[in-house]
Every structure is written in structure tokens, then in C-alpha cells.
Design a protein around this ligand. Structure first.
Ligand code: ZN
Ligand code: FE
Length: 257
């Protein structure tokens, strides 16, 4: 079986659009709908018909393009049941812990409460890909808005159970700012230093820093490294629980400039 083609692109200010295409069947999905015009442009460029939208959460910068794309393509919209009233045009609801088949591949639905209450991520093991929305970013994680720190800690931590070869597709291009914060709590981390330099260069050239791999995130992302002794020492939290370290990191990130 050939692999599904993945085309990420940046739209709006710093949102990621992503189009999946299975060439044999023609199945084509957008992950979230931040900007209908930008998504349509990508589709037209390759002569593709949108068949599905996978929605991660209800925020406008992930859903505002849905109705326009539905009108244009008659695509089916898949999204979290827990946010069904807040997402326009939903056709198929999915639940945390569930799975469905798309283009002949299994897609597992990961519950990710924290940024929003009903947020989900989509994991396609056959493609070594996870679509994390605003839960896990490269070298960072989403703001905790509707859920608790404890929920977000578990939502982010579950990515540690996936293969390090998994490509992480996230909702925003925040890598440069995330690296600056990460270096403030983990300054001696060589992998992080290298990632920061690479991100600087990529963004300087107007290129994307995503997807990354989870393996790289395990080495660089402080929110996946709450048990790291250097980070704990920097926070003066040697004896705290991982969840407490996570909450402190997220609180500091909110105030970090
Ligand atoms: Zn969001
Ligand atoms: Fe967002």
C-alpha cells in the first residue's frame, strides 16, 4: 500500500493547515479548517477534491473554514463528540479512545482535554503520523484554557507511548518562541540547542519547522521531560511529581516573554 501524502502549510498568522491525500482512492482530508481560501488554493494546485475534514477542537482558528469548504466540496466533517455543539457542520462524531477507518487506514482518536475540554488528536500508526491540534506543539504545548493542568499533563504525556518515529503535525508554528522558553529551563540540553538553531534557520528562510518526530520531541520538549533532573533543578523542584513540574512549566510559559 502506498503512503498517504501529507502537505502541511502555514496560513493565517501561524496556523498550520494540513492536507492528506490517498492517491489510489482519491480520499483527501484537511486537518482542521483554519482558512478555507488557503486550503482551497492548496487543493486546486494539485487538482484534488476534498472528501473529509478532521477537526481537533472547536476554536475558531481551527473551524472557521468548515462551512465554506463544505459548500465547495460537499466534504464530510469528522470531529469530537464532546464539542459537537460548538463545531459547525459536523457530520461524524468520534470519541476519545475510539477509532475509525479512513482511506483503508486505522485512525485512533486520542482524548486530549486541557486546551479545550473535548479536544482530540488523530493517530494514524500506518503512516507514523499524529495530528495533535493545540495539545502538543514542537518544543511546547498548548495553553490550558478549559481543562485543568492535571488533565493537560495526561493529555501531553500520552504521546510518550507512541513510536518515536511518529511524525508530529501540530496546530501552530510556534517553534521559535517555544525554543526560547525551553532554553530558559533546560539551557545545557544539546539536542534543544541544535533544534533552536535549526528552527532559527528554517524560519529565517520562511520554511516550516513541522512536522518533527516524537523522538526529537522526547529529547527537546520540556513538557515531555518533566522527569528530567536538569529541568527539575532549574525549577528547584527536585522532589515534586511530574504533574507538578508540568504545571510549573506551563505557568512559567504563560508569563515568559
Ligand atoms: Zn486552540
Ligand atoms: Fe489554535
Amino acid at each position: 500500500m502506498s503512503h498517504i501524502e501529507m502537505q502541511p502549510f502555514i496560513c493565517l498568522e501561524d496556523n498550520y493547515g494540513l492536507i492528506l491525500h490517498d492517491s489510489p482512492s482519491g480520499a483527501t482530508a484537511a486537518v482542521d479548517a483554519p482558512d478555507a481560501d488557503a486550503i482551497e488554493k492548496q487543493l486546486r494546485k494539485y487538482g484534488r477534491q476534498l472528501t473529509h475534514i478532521f477537526v481537533t477542537h472547536h476554536h475558531a482558528d481551527h473551524t472557521q473554514g468548515i462551512m465554506q469548504l463544505k459548500e465547495l466540496f460537499g466534504c464530510k466533517v469528522i470531529g469530537p463528540k464532546a464539542e459537537a455543539e460548538k463545531i459547525p457542520g459536523l457530520d461524524i462524531t468520534v470519541e476519545a479512545g475510539g477509532k475509525f477507518t479512513w482511506a483503508g487506514r486505522e485512525v485512533f482518536v486520542l482524548g486530549c482535554p486541557g486546551h479545550t475540554k473535548g479536544q482530540i488528536a488523530y493517530h494514524m500508526p500506518s503512516e507514523f503520523a499524529v495530528f495533535a491540534g493545540d495539545t502538543l506543539f514542537s518544543v511546547g504545548c498548548g495553553r490550558v484554557i478549559e481543562g485543568t493542568m492535571e488533565e493537560m499533563f495526561h493529555s501531553v504525556s500520552q504521546f510518550k507511548a507512541l513510536s518515536p518515529h511518529t511524525f508530529l503535525y501540530c496546530g501552530h508554528e510556534y517553534t521559535l518562541a517555544n525554543c526560547r522558553f525551553a532554553l530558559s529551563v533546560d539551557p545545557e540540553n544539546r539536542a534543544l540547542q541544535a533544534r533552536a538553531g535549526e528552527a532559527e534557520q528554517l524560519r529565517g528562510e520562511g520554511r516550516m519547522t513541522c512536522p518533527t518526530t516524537l523522538g526529537d520531541e522526547f529529547k527537546t520538549n520540556p513538557f515531555l521531560r518533566c522527569n528530567d533532573p536538569h529541568i527539575r533543578a532549574a525549577l528547584n523542584m527536585a522532589a515534586a511529581s511530574d504533574a507538578e513540574v508540568f504545571a510549573e512549566l506551563r505557568t512559567r510559559k504563560n508569563a515568559f516573554r
